[in-house]
Design a protein around this ligand. Structure first.
Ligand code: GLP
Length: 243
């Protein structure tokens, strides 16, 4: 894993956006894997700015999001579909039909999972995957557990993730307890991965990730060690004393 240190969140966001720009410059029809959560918001703001200035073009880009809450339809304000539309898609020149997010309200969630992996595969796979990390080491919604899914699957959220994510809901009781998430295998198939880690609340998990030299299903992000093209961009608040 290659580490890029950013002085603060703003710099992290600028670095991440430039890394994405680099890939887009090389391949305008990029298949871009996208993440949600608080961390990538600054990166998306930068992408919007660069797109507005004509420095990047999304007209040929296809996007694939990592996950979606089960039971929420795309119009629900806490759904990841709504998040993506409002924080990125509606501000850039991407074609709506080229954006893909699992449907949390699909009638058959298992079928939705199977179809999602197939869709990604049929479109040539993900070139660049943007990732955040949960305070408990989850990537997408692959939570610490005895077993981790290889492909996209329906997953149970842990109490700590439900607590962390309750800030996006009116009350903690409204946070779904299950989600559709790309699996560890689906994520590792991406040709390149950018992992963004920001803020003091991630200091502990970042330290664990930098120290671990084996795979642990209790630290799902440790599986990124299997990939030979991961760039970790972390800010000083997250790095703390770790470096
Ligand atoms: C959610 C998402 C993850 C994301 C994580 C961290 O659980 N499913 O993809 O990485 O939140 O979010 P934040 O960046 O807000 O800490």
């Amino acid at each position: 894993m290659k580490l890029i240190k950013a002085s603060d969140y703003d710099e992290l966001s600028k670095i991440a956006a430039l890394l994405i720009k680099e890939e887009l410059d090389n391949k305008p029809a990029l298949n871009l894997g996208l993440a949600t959560g608080g961390t990538p918001i600054g990166t998306y703001e930068e992408l919007i700015r660069l797109n507005g200035e004509g420095q990047i073009d999304f007209s040929l880009v296809k996007t694939f999001n990592l996950d979606e809450y089960a039971g929420l339809d795309a119009k629900h304000p806490s759904s990841y579909s709504y998040y993506m539309d409002n924080l990125l898609f509606k501000h850039i020149n991407i074609k709506k039909e080229n954006t893909h997010i699992p449907s949390g309200d699909a009638a058959d969630l298992q079928e939705e999972c199977r179809a999602y992996d197939e869709l990604i595969e049929s479109m040539g796979g993900i070139d660049l995957q943007i990732l955040g990390i949960g305070t408990n080491g989850h990537i997408a919604f692959n939570e610490p557990a005895d077993r981790l899914s290889i492909g996209t699957s329906v997953v149970d959220l842990t109490p700590s993730t439900i607590m962390d994510n309750s800030r996006y809901f009116d009350s903690i009781d409204l946070v779904p307890t299950t989600a559709i998430s790309m699996g560890i295998g689906s994520i590792l198939k991406a040709k390149k991965i950018i992992l963004l880690i920001s803020g003091q609340s991630k200091r502990n998990v970042l330290k664990k990730l930098m120290e671990i030299d084996y795979l642990s299903s209790q630290l799902p992000a440790s599986f990124l060690l299997l990939h030979d093209n991961v760039i970790l961009v972390a800010d000083m608040e997250a790095l703390g004393e770790a470096i």
